[in-house]
Design a protein around this ligand. Structure first.
Ligand code: NAD
Length: 374
């Protein structure tokens, strides 16, 4: 490969380093099979960085991330019994990174695997065919609006939060969702509460204004309450869902349980500059250090990085396929295994995915070097 891509790798705390190790083995296998070159810069972040330097995200690490082509993270977070000053909370690293990288769209793919029928809370016939992407607006809305705060005397205090969106903020994330829908099944569901909220009225107007530019994408508007119901009654009816920050936070967690385990869910946060890739789960202090964490979310996150930062769709598909094959063969980490059935370690799951990946890649041999795009 002619181009080198620089990736900042931040394994973090708890199970973060355990799952990141497996994910990076997968990345290196793709690189070796396709003649790609990734320059990996490993740095501590979160609690691990506090222990090293007193800060969850040292400036030098942030600068490295800003100068990279992508940032790949494990997880940050201490256990509930650990006490630290607010400015040393490991999660601050994540918030600073999202802000400094100017990410505005959070992507979470939700796909049901028939092999995991017994792990999803839905009946198999309802879960069957579920394969959608949630695009959540990440930089605005209720979580950032001003004014906010609690005022007044005890007993008669009042609290205020502000929900505000500008047209440009809506347009950039909705365009992003349209572009993704174009590459999938061409169906975009925009979720709002336009029967009550003015921000939703504006959101809907922007979606309708952009729709003619994407004639191959069928647009549907859905109220958020209706969407919450349809996610568990007809999840296979969705392709791409786009929505504002708060609705997206709640709906993406609801969507995430459909796959059966938090250990299965990758995510990407995309913005103006460098994108941030991380599994959805946290540092799982309850199982950290035992070698039993599920590395699949982190492995699938590598696939998202290849797809969205480097344009390597075939290699990303190969990773997805390798994971499907391993699950179809019956391999399960503890979080996926039925009570009383055997489970494999984090490393054994990584080994199995690598073995399948080699077979899949051998069957789709093209020169990836020329297809690397930004
Ligand atoms: P968590 O996601 O760490 O764990 C929730 C439950 O899911 C636990 O029982 C855990 O064992 C299990 N789990 C999570 N990932 C798993 C995996 N890959 N394989 C098997 N089981 C898995 O959430 P939590 O317990 O609420 O938070 C723990 C810490 O992580 C907290 O400090 C929290 O702030 C932090 N956190 C960080 C992130 C992040 O880095 N993006 C996200 C969420 C929580």
């Amino acid at each position: 490969m002619s181009l080198t891509r620089r990736i900042a790798v931040l394994p973090g705390d708890g199970i973060g380093p355990e799952v990141t190790r497996e994910a990076i083995r997968v990345l290196e296998a793709v690189a070796a099979a396709r003649g790609l070159h990734f320059e990996l810069q490993w740095r501590n972040v979160g609690g691990a960085a506090v222990a090293e330097s007193g800060e969850p995200l040292p400036k030098a690490t942030l600068d490295l991330c800003l100068a990279s082509d992508a940032v790949f993270m494990g997880a940050v977070g201490l256990s509930a019994t650990d006490r630290v000053k607010p400015e040393q909370r490991p999660e601050r690293a994540l918030l600073i990174l999202r802000r400094e990288l100017q990410t505005y769209a959070n992507l979470r793919p939700v796909r049901h695997t028939p092999a995991l029928d017994d792990a999803t809370p839905l009946r198999p016939e309802i879960a069957a065919g579920t394969d959608f992407m949630i695009v959540r607006e990440l930089a605005g809305g209720l979580y950032y609006g001003q004014p906010r705060g609690i005022s007044g005397d005890p007993g008669s205090r009042r609290a205020v939060d502000t929900l505000e969106y500008g047209e440009a903020e809506i347009e950039r994330v909705v365009r992003f969702a349209f572009e993704i829908a174009k590459t999938r099944r061409g169906h975009l569901t925009s979720v709002d509460k336009a029967n009550v909220l003015q921000t939703s009225v504006l959101w809907r107007e922007v979606v309708d204004r952009l729709a003619p530019e994407y004639p191959d994408v069928r647009v549907e508007h859905l109220y958020v309450d209706n969407c919450a119901m349809r996610l568990v009654t007809r999840p296979s009816s969705f392709d791409v869902i786009v929505t504002e920050n708060t609705f997206g936070d709640i709906l993406s967690d609801e969507g995430s349980v459909l796959t059966g385990s938090l250990g299965m869910l990758p995510s990407a946060s995309i913005g103006k500059g460098v994108a941030l890739y991380e599994p959805v789960h946290g540092s799982a202090p309850d199982i950290a250090g035992r070698g039993i964490a599920n590395p699949i979310a982190s492995v699938l996150t590598v696939g998202m990085m290849l797809r969205y930062s480097f344009g390597l769709h075939e290699e990303a598909d190969a990773i997805d396929q390798a994971v499907e094959r391993v699950l179809a063969r019956g391999l399960r980490t503890a979080d996926l295994a039925r009570r009383g059935t055997a489970s494999v370690s984090t490393v054994a799951m990584g080994d199995a995915i690598l073995a399948e990946l080699e077979l899949v890649l051998a069957g789709t041999a093209t020169t990836a070097g020329e297809r690397v795009a930004r």
